[in-house]
Design a protein around this ligand. Structure first.
Ligand code: F0G
Length: 470
């Protein structure tokens, strides 16, 4: 493909010095050679103001009503690109030469659930959860992976690679397998959940457990890509964010285009919050929505560099050594922090941190809704509680939690929680009386009983008596 070909559909703009390049011109680490910052994808319409009818620019400016109609129509189509909840919106992500032929597992199309019990416990009238864990490999990463891996396939790469806390590697391995490509995964040794590790192996990735943390894996991969022709699929790759912005479009469809007040997102490497912010900003730019929701980011207390930047009013974020049981977001030097910071500022969102005890409780509460999620996703509910208590969210506001991973990704965490061995004494002692009571109510330790119906009946009887007392 010639440079001019891809420039006619999109280009990459550096978020630091604003220089633009054609997609194919990006260096292997996706950093600007002039200032070292990341790129974002820009389209011909990104810079246009809505033109007067009759103006030649009008042809380049997507028509909001036509788009809404088209996206809806595609829901009944049997074409694989229409059945994907990412490529159904392809008009706003023309990053491929052959837009109707992506590498897809029919990602997206995830449910927006009502969370009545969580709403009550938080003190809101309603609460919704967009469950991105209901994607083909069980996490939100699929939406970004279909986009960036399709670009890699179209550009003729044989190998793709990522450093990961687990979900990116699972998604990348699956999509690479679909495309018949080779994939290389760097994961921190002993620091990722089994479900995710098993996926990378099952989908045929060359899986390397490095004796370091996620940030160390990123450093090593950055060195490797300079010496080996491999396409980097970490979220510094701006095409990932193009796929990850589509849940914003899908949410608006699910809400019949009524803009929610607030979206709460977990923060790790900080690409997802950036992508959602981009999706909403683009819809507003095109006149599809009149305003954007606030986007707030929640981090685990032991892995909270963005939160520290936020509360200390620092100019730059200070990397840290990260530690949390929510292993997906155990990240101390998030690559996309500047993009995420812009989203918080532009949407007037907030940044919070939550403790291990609060994460465990929130995860149990989401599980008790019959929904479940992985620990990293549960920071959203824990953070929401803090935002409500601080008066940053009012009780009638429409809030959406972005749940990023499926509960089966990390069953060990869940089992340890219900067996009462997850949290240590200090963490348990941090719970207030109300939290302690909720832990007690939700914790369902598995019972071992004699295989005798009378024994089971006796136990059920005790269970019913206990329930009456609550
Ligand atoms: N939730 C889950 C379940 C994740 O796997 C991740 C990130 C995040 C939240 C944070 O998203 O990085 O865009 O801020 N997981 C990455 C991985 C880093 O390698 O799977 P983010």
């Amino acid at each position: 493909m010639s440079t001019s070909d891809s420039r006619s559909t999109h280009q990459l703009r550096c978020i630091g010095c604003a220089r633009t390049i054609a997609g194919e011109e990006a260096q292997s680490d996706f950093r600007c050679p002039h200032c070292g910052e990341l790129y974002e994808v820009e389209y011909p319409w990104s810079l246009l103001r809505e033109p007067d009818p009759g103006n030649t620019d009008a042809r380049n400016f997507p028509n909001p009503s036509a788009l809404r109609w088209l996206w809806q129509e595609r829901r009944t189509s049997t074409k694989q690109c229409d059945q994907s909840g990412v490529w159904r919106f392809r008009d706003l992500l023309p990053i491929l030469k052959h837009l109707e032929d992506p590498v897809t597992l029919r990602e997206g199309n995830t449910p927006l659930y009502e969370m009545p019990r969580c709403a009550k416990s938080v003190g809101l009238e309603t609460l919704l959860a967009k469950h991105q864990g209901m994607n083909p490999t069980g996490s939100f990463k699929d939406t970004g992976m279909t986009a960036a891996l399709s670009v890699a396939a179209e550009r003729g790469f044989e190998w793709v690679a990522c450093a990961s806390t687990g979900n990116t590697s699972a998604a990348m391995a699956a999509y690479a397998a679909r495309a018949g490509m080779r994939s290389l995964v760097f994961i921190p040794d002993g620091k990722i959940a089994w479900g995710k590790l098993s996926q990378a192996m099952d989908y045929g990735a060359l899986t390397v457990q490095l004796k370091t943390d996620f940030d160390g894996c990123v450093s090593l991969l950055t060195e490797l890509i300079r010496r080996f022709p491999i396409y980097l699929l970490n979220s510094v790759n701006p095409y990932r964010l193009e796929g990850q912005k589509t849940p914003a479009f899908e949410m608006m469809e699910q809400l019949e285009w009524e803009v929610p007040d607030h979206i709460i997102v977990p923060g790790g490497n900080l690409a997802n919050s950036s992508a959602l912010g981009k999706g909403f900003a683009e819809m507003k730019h095109l006149g599809m929505i009149a305003r954007v929701p606030k986007i707030s980011i929640i981090q685990a207390q032991g892995a909270d560099p963005l939160y520290r930047w936020f509360v200390n009013d620092d100019r730059e974020m200070q990397p840290m050594r990260a530690e949390t049981r929510a292993s997906a977001i155990r990240i101390g030097n998030p690559a996309s922090w500047k993009k995420a910071a812009r989203v918080i500022e532009a949407t007037v969102g907030w940044c919070e941190e939550v403790t291990e005890q609060q994460i465990a409780l929130a995860k149990a509460e989401i599980g008790a809704e019959g929904i479940g999620c992985e620990p990293a996703s549960a920071v959203t509910l824990a953070g929401l509680k803090k935002l409500v208590v601080a008066g940053r969210i009012e009780k009638q506001e429409k809030v959406i939690l972005l749940l990023t991973g499926h509960t089966l990704k990390d069953p060990e965490y869940t089992i340890d929680y219900h067996r009462g061995v997850l949290l240590n004494e200090t963490e348990n002692a941090e719970a207030n009386a109300e939290e302690r009571a909720t832990h007690l109510r939700l914790r369902k330790e598995p019972l071992v009983l004699e295989a005798d119906v009378d024994v089971v009946l006796k136990r059920l009887d005790a269970e019913m008596k206990a329930a009456k007392q609550i």
